[in-house]
Structure formats: C-alpha cells, structure tokens
Design a binder for this molecule. Structure first.
Ligand SMILES: [Zn+2]
Ligand SMILES: [Zn+2]
Length: 259
C-alpha cells in the first residue's frame, strides 16, 4: 500500500486543486492521499489565514464525498508550524479541527524562516545553526502536539553543512523521536531541492530504523506533477532498512499498512 500524507493545494502555497491532486495520486497508484495545507499561528504568506482554516475542512470533506473510496482514501491533515514556547495556542488550533493527523514542522528559528529566506546563511555560524535546529526539532517531538515530524533535517536544504559529523545528533534525535512516540515522514521533496536527497538523509534514516521509529511517506507536492514523486526509491530504501510497514492515521489513530 502507498500513502502520500504530505501535499499542498492552492489553499496555502500549492498551485492545484484537491481534485487535481487526487487525480494525480490515482494515476500514480497511490492508495491514500492526505492534504496538509500550512497552518501557522504566526501570520505568514504561505499559510492559510487562521480564519480560512475551516475552508480547508470543507474542501476536503467535499472531495471525499465526490471520490469513490474504493479508488483512493482521502485524509484531512495539516502541516503546522512549531514555535518553542507557543505550545498552547498551537494545541488550541489543532484541537479545534477534525484532523486525521498533524505534521509538525520546524521552518523557523526565532524569527528567521530558514526554509525560504536564504540570505542569512552566508552570515551565520552554520555549526550553531545545526545545533539550534536539532534542538528545536527535538522539542517539537517532545511537545506531544504532533503525530508526524515533517522533513526532519530541513537545515540541509540549501547545502550548508556543519564542520562536525551529524551522526551523534542523528542518534540522539532518533532516540528522542522513539521516546516521544512520533512517526517520521520520509519526505521525498528534498530530491528536487539544492540538497538533492530525501529528508531525512540515509544516515539519519538508519538511526531511525535502529530505534524502530515508524515511518510514513510524503511527497510534499505543491503541484499535481509531484504527487508521489520518487516513491519507488523511497520504498526500496525503507525495505533495505527492514521496514515492512508504513503508517497512516484516521482521526489521529495510527494504522500500519504493509509495503
Ligand atoms: Zn514544510
Ligand atoms: Zn509541506
């Protein structure tokens, strides 16, 4: 079974409609698609304004009704920004929505959106940046707010790398993910970014496998052409590490699907 639990539509920073994304998923043999438009307590131009979040719920419910569930299952998720110290308002918005699952993503360190604003990278201490990123990432898992941790080594996106080996940070973070009972997505979109590899990197995924952290799949598609991108390679990588199942969610309950 194949799931793509990380996709965006025109409601946040994607381009295409829910119907177009569903058609692409069916065409690529995906059994279940989850919509995860951005929800952020900090107003940003790539997330839905909070007052439009209910549109997302209605659109997904409408497309679910108009789609034959034997052909593909449709899940309502959200990609929610994590901010240290703002757990309560994040929790309130999550709990106000009838979500199947929540992806927690770290896109910000303090006020810097390191996912889209490339200008500071040449100015900063990259070693310190990585240490701070992994610390906030670990806190996002420990917060208990999220079912899935999104693109869990996004710090590498623009090919800025630390001077030290990341192995210890990978290992410690994998242990924290296990202890926090979160699922991690194998996010294939990194392959079309400057870093040119999945999130997480193969060496990080090896630690996750050793700690038996459950995995799900997400393309992070913002256009229908990218739905399910590189999933053959992703499944091959997971099987080589001993994974036999991937995870999906219904009403925030975990289910395991054979791969
Ligand atoms: Zn993201
Ligand atoms: Zn995303």
């Amino acid at each position: 079974m194949l799931v793509d639990l990380h996709t965006h539509t025109y409601l946040s920073d994607g381009k295409d409609s829910h119907e177009e994304m569903v058609a692409a998923a069916i065409f690529r043999g995906i059994n279940e698609i989850g919509f995860t438009d951005h929800v952020s307590i900090k107003p940003v131009d790539w997330a839905m304004p909070i007052e439009r979040v209910n549109d997302m719920v209605k659109r997904v419910e409408a497309v679910r009704k108009s789609t034959n569930s034997q052909t593909i299952k449709i899940k309502l998720g959200a990609e929610v920004d994590y901010f240290v110290g703002h757990e309560q308002p994040i929790k309130e918005i999550i709990n106000s929505l009838p979500l199947d699952y929540v992806i927690g993503s770290v896109h910000f360190l303090d006020d810097w959106n390191f996912d889209t604003d490339i200008s500071p990278y040449d100015e900063i201490n990259i070693d310190r940046f990585y240490k701070q990123y992994f610390k906030v990432l670990q806190q996002s898992a420990q917060s208990g707010l999220f079912d899935i941790i999104g693109h869990c080594d996004l710090a590498k996106k623009f090919r800025y790398y630390p001077s030290f080996s990341l192995d210890e940070l990978y290992k410690k973070t994998a242990q924290i993910f296990k202890d926090s009972n979160v699922v991690v997505e194998l996010n294939t979109s990194g392959r079309i970014k400057p870093c040119n590899e999945f999130y997480p990197a193969a060496a990080f995924l090896q630690h996750l496998a050793r700690f038996k952290v459950p995995i799900t799949l997400g393309s992070d598609a913002h256009v229908e052409q990218n739905v399910g991108q590189f999933f053959d390679d992703a499944i091959t990588e997971l099987k080589a590490l001993g994974y036999k199942e991937i995870v999906t969610f219904t009403k925030r309950n975990r289910e395991y699907l054979k791969i």
